[in-house]
Design a protein around this ligand. Structure first.
Ligand code: ADP
Ligand code: MG
Length: 344
């Protein structure tokens, strides 16, 4: 196992600077590729290797279950059987995940739909052959998008897609679900202080070993080398969705990978990025995608209706809206942003 990555090195330097034992002496870290992205798991407890390996095993297990491009995954099987009337037996944890995704669709109408897969394919986002689909193809695939036509048994043990051609894509929730399970695995292995970076979805367990909050940067969506600000966190996930993460250009127009399920086109709600902070990694991941489609006003309305997440919304108008429950050090002014606080 590799022990020192740049982030890790920075952590050990800052720790040694204030007299605590260096992370390299007691913690463990591993970086790997999973779910189509680079992931890093850092456990800062003594003998952290077992916890790191437990987290990685969970992530690998879930990728095997959730990836629709792996022919033998349960999701690929669910998709293959679309419309043939058979209900596929699934692990209850997967049934519960599908139902959770449906609850987000219900709460935020027109914003979130895991049956978006055929439209993702029409844009070539799945196979790296990205292009603007022709109108007929777009209309045909959009007609297949309907989360209500995904039936999940009440005991979560089986699922079925009602129409031929329908397909599920869990890209909006898989990393959050993996973070949830990986964090559980770290706790079960005795880990108390950890930082997981699953492709930019950051989950922190506990505090830093010296008792301080973790400090996690939020990127400037217009220049990801820069920061909009830094959030202080403990036992939370910070998940960001933005049009800058996966996109292509055609005829001078940028097309990104978060689609509006109503139009089939990349969402154009006036937001450049949405960051959700929550104790629930899965909720943070799902909502960052859904609220990116919803836009600033709908996102804030939804925030006011609940008490289990906070938001940082970066608009194309240069306004960064931060909900009042966060400790956020704004750093965007020199890059032309202004910051406002949203209150309940
Ligand atoms: P990232 O994977 O870049 O972290 P997200 O968590 O926002 O970003 O997820 C984006 C992925 O979610 C897309 O690649 C696609 O698989 C899926 N997706 C795109 N649009 C929607 C949508 N409106 N509802 C549900 N899933 C979506
Ligand atoms: Mg998401």
């Amino acid at each position: 196992m590799k022990r020192l990555f740049p982030l890790f090195l920075a952590l050990s330097l800052s720790l040694s600077a204030c007299g605590a034992p260096t992370v390299g002496d007691v913690g463990a870290s591993e970086q790997f590729f999973a779910m189509d992205t680079i992931m890093t798991v850092n456990v800062l407890d003594e003998n952290g290797e077992a916890a790191v390996q437990a987290a990685r095993a969970e992530i690998d297990r879930l990728e095997q279950m959730l990836s629709r491009t792996r022919e033998d995954s349960v999701i690929a099987l669910l998709n293959t059987h679309a419309g043939d009337g058979s209900a596929l037996a699934v692990e209850p944890e997967l049934g519960a995940l599908l139902r959770f995704a449906q609850s987000v669709s219900q709460d935020l109408p027109g914003c979130f739909d895991i049956t978006i897969a055929p439209v993702m394919d029409a844009w070539g986002f799945t196979r790296e052959e990205r292009h603007v689909p022709d109108p007929d193809t777009l209309a045909d695939t959009l007609a297949l998008v309907d989360w209500r036509a995904l039936t999940v048994a009440e005991d979560d043990a089986s699922a079925r897609l009602e129409e031929p051609g329908m397909a599920v894509d869990l890209g909006a929730v898989a990393k959050g679900f993996a973070a949830q399970r990986a964090a559980d695995a770290i706790r079960a292995a005795g880990g108390t202080s950890a930082l997981l970076d699953l492709g930019g979805n950051i989950t922190v367990l506990g505090s830093k070993p010296d008792g301080a909050d973790w400090r996690v940067a939020v990127k400037d969506p217009q220049d990801t080398e820069r920061q909009l600000g830094v959030v202080s966190l403990r036992d939370k996930t910070l998940s960001t969705s933005g049009g800058y993460e996966r996109y292509f250009e055609a005829n001078g127009i940028t097309y990104h990978h978060i689609l509006d399920p109503e139009t089939g086109y990349p969402a154009d709600s006036g937001l450049l990025s949405v960051t959700v902070v929550s104790s629930d990694p899965l909720l943070a991941d799902a909502l960052s995608t859904a609220l990116f489609v919803a836009g600033r006003q709908a996102a804030l309305d939804y925030w006011r209706s609940r008490d289990d997440f906070e938001l940082i919304l970066c608009g194309s108008d240069g306004v960064v809206t931060v909900t009042e429950g966060l400790t956020f050090a704004f750093r965007g002014e020199e890059h032309g942003y202004t910051c406002e606080t949203a209150r309940r």
